[in-house]
Design a protein around this ligand. Structure first.
Ligand code: SAH
Length: 267
């Protein structure tokens, strides 16, 4: 069992340390102090090169940038180095446990060298894109919701479709990560078509791009007019449930929220 604080476990004769910290959605004030400290204090920093470049350079720190798709091999190398007694950190965007490196590290431990289980692994929670996006517009995640990655790099497209169908018919608010990329241009359009079969045309849809960064763009629209071309790789797409509401404002964009209470279905 994973139990106890990292500080307690560090003294128990474990070999090496590996911390996983998120960058948050972008704005450095949205990175937790714990995550920042872990990334700064590491002797060896691993991660997707784009994320590593956003961590301030510290003299003496070895930086191991790699391609976005090499998650398991990056995890294995990080574990090998941690096991030699180094203080390793892996940087992710957002939260390291949400569609990111933490699961890859545990998978590498699960299938890797038995000795790696002695490494003291710490996951530091971070602010995931869906929380940053939700906070910018109101409280769309105030009632039951789910998060689905639209990427079929690591799972069959049929699985994505099955989960979208289930989430749509169960009336969850849906946060879509990885909505689109150059290699996956059509999936978001198919997802919107599928959702249109379950939800009213006026269901709120939010395109939240580069949240908390200088080029942030947030668009609130509805399912009938949601245009997949509005999303890119830095967009979190949110689709409201049947209860999600807009509060129009005279002087700006509306608030979006999902009430805490849902009435029993009429039988
Ligand atoms: N671990 C990350 C998610 C990584 S998957 C987290 O917890 O946020 C990458 C996807 O996250 C992107 O395709 C996009 O859908 C979303 N994302 C990450 N940063 C974002 C931001 N600042 N604004 C909007 N979406 C973002």
């Amino acid at each position: 069992m994973l139990a106890g604080g990292g500080a307690d476990r560090a003294g128990e004769g474990m070999s090496g340390r590996l911390a996983m910290g998120g960058r948050g959605p972008g704005d450095e004030d949205l990175q937790t102090p714990q995550a920042r400290a872990a990334l700064e204090q590491a002797t060896d920093l691993f991660g997707y090169t784009t994320y590593i470049d956003r961590v301030p350079i510290r003299t003496g720190q070895n930086r191991h940038g790699s391609d976005n798709r090499e998650e398991i091999s990056r995890a294995r190398t990080a574990l090998e180095i941690a096991y030699t007694g180094k203080k390793v950190a892996i940087v992710s965007s957002g939260d390291p446990g949400v569609f990111a490196m933490a699961a890859a590290v545990f998978e590498a431990i699960d299938n890797g060298e038995p000795a790696w289980r002695e490494i003291d692994v710490t996951v530091i929670p971070g602010i995931s894109a869906m929380f940053a996006a939700a906070a910018r517009i109101g409280a769309p995640l105030g009632h039951d919701f789910c998060a689905i990655s639209l990427s079929d790099n690591l799972k069959p497209w049929e699985t994505v479709i099955r989960r979208l169908e289930a989430a749509a018919s169960a009336d969850f608010v849906i946060a879509l990560y990885n909505p689109i990329s150059r290699a996956r241009p059509w999936q978001l359009g198919v997802a919107f078509d599928l959702l249109r079969a379950h939800r009213a045309p006026q269901t709120p849809v939010i395109f939240a791009t580069a949240v908390s960064r200088a080029d942030e763009q947030i668009e609130i629209t509805d399912l009938a007019s949601a245009d997949p071309a509005r999303a890119d790789m830095r967009t979190l797409v949110m689709i409201g449930s049947s209860a999600t509401r807009l509060v129009p404002r005279p002087n700006g964009t509306p608030y979006v929220y999902t009430p805490r209470r849902v009435e029993a279905p009429v039988s």
